[in-house]
Design a protein around this ligand. Sequence first.
Ligand code: TRP
Ligand code: ZN
Length: 479
Amino acid sequence: MSPRSANPSVSLAFTVTACGLALLLTACGGAGGARGSSGSAGVGDPYFPKAGNGGYDVTHYALDLAYTPDSSATLTGTATITARAGVRLSAFDLDFKGMKVESVTVGGRDARWKRDGQELIVRPRSALAEGKLFETTVRYSGVPETLTDPDGSEEGWLPTADGAVALGEPVGSMAWFPGDHHPSDKATYDLSITVPKGLQAVSNGELRAETTNSAGTRTTYRWRTAQPMATYLATVAIGHYDITRTTTKNGLPVYTAVDPKEAVASRAVLASLPRIMEWEEYNFGPYPFSSTGAIVDRRGDAGYALETQNRPFFPGAPDTATLVHELAHQWFGDSVTPRSWRDMWLNEGFATYAEWLWSEDHGGDTAQESFDALYAGTYFDDPAESEAVWAFPPGRPSSAAHISDSPVYERGAMVLHKIRRTVGDDRFYDIVQGWAAAHRHGNADTADFTKYVERMAPGKDFGGIWKDWLYGDGKPAHA
Ligand code: TRP
Ligand code: ZN
């Protein structure tokens, strides 16, 4: 849960830099007078260098929000962030984009703060000792922003016809709450959201309470996420929804929220959700969270589904393959989370391969047929799309604008299929389940994965797969 502190090179690098700078201001070093360093403004993600912050690790977010979707579209919030200092800290950053900050306290005392782009820089009254657990409270309000990703897609706060939905991959969550917005820092959440009575508000985890004020004008929904969650997977969806609650055969609660306009188109596919969950548990191992479900809204221009934890989001009624994909992410992405955005193929390769396996197990194309069609260039109708599969290797996306392109999805799935062909089905499913178990609720990167596969299949040679399929430029010479 704390990969950053487990990586000495990262914290060392920024400590030295921060102290080097601070020495000039005589704020660092000095006999007995060490005031501590400033946490860095990023954790060194190769694709999103400002994402996340160095020097501390968040353990819990308590978010108290209120939203009125009418013409004002104003969000007011109080975020109480519990974190542990990884070094002695005289100042630290939170990621927060837009909105108006009203006050910041640390340990209940007013703190100094300033804003610089997406960084909210906080300087507590006194330095925080290394290892100290501390609470930061940020009060804020305003109209949250819709952000545009490097690839041109929209995320952050997305207004809908009757409410709004928050989507955060890769960095959109900084539009609606301040935090350590990098996948390497996972935390638990309590989220309360107050909306005009008559509207629903749905989030991750489980609904703990629903209360309406005495005037009968506003309803507060309290949601709790008890298993660690990366901030990009946090969501809140506000609007009119048909709510359905059931359980799977194993007794897992299923909570779905569907825009009434999408209800008819969603009914059959959502009825298959418990069955898909059972198939995925059989193939991937025990489900890592305490509830499941889906959110279906109308947000055609978001144009994409997202594996928001517990409850994936769909911009309209999903098809079965997309539901299989987003539910597979609960194991691969949400529970085993990439250490950086470079490791994105560990999410999308597995989720895409889950679609292939589902098809294979349900009378459709086998995974081998999907692999062969991709290799032959017949998988996509559009020849340019077929060619784009070879644009860059899955293990090294060419830039932040391309982390959700087909080399990450389809070629990532091809890497998994090559492993399956090398080890056989029994060992392959051991690897899939073992990987999910080994890093359950944690973070992992591509090197962790290749080492894990090698350890699980001694005597097998994966050198060519890593060299040509995972890290090699262009189309591999042999299927
Ligand atoms: N992760 C989503 C999926 O395939 C797709 C997606 C949505 C995405 N927004 C993104 C991928 C931003 C990368 C970056 O289920
Ligand atoms: Zn995906």
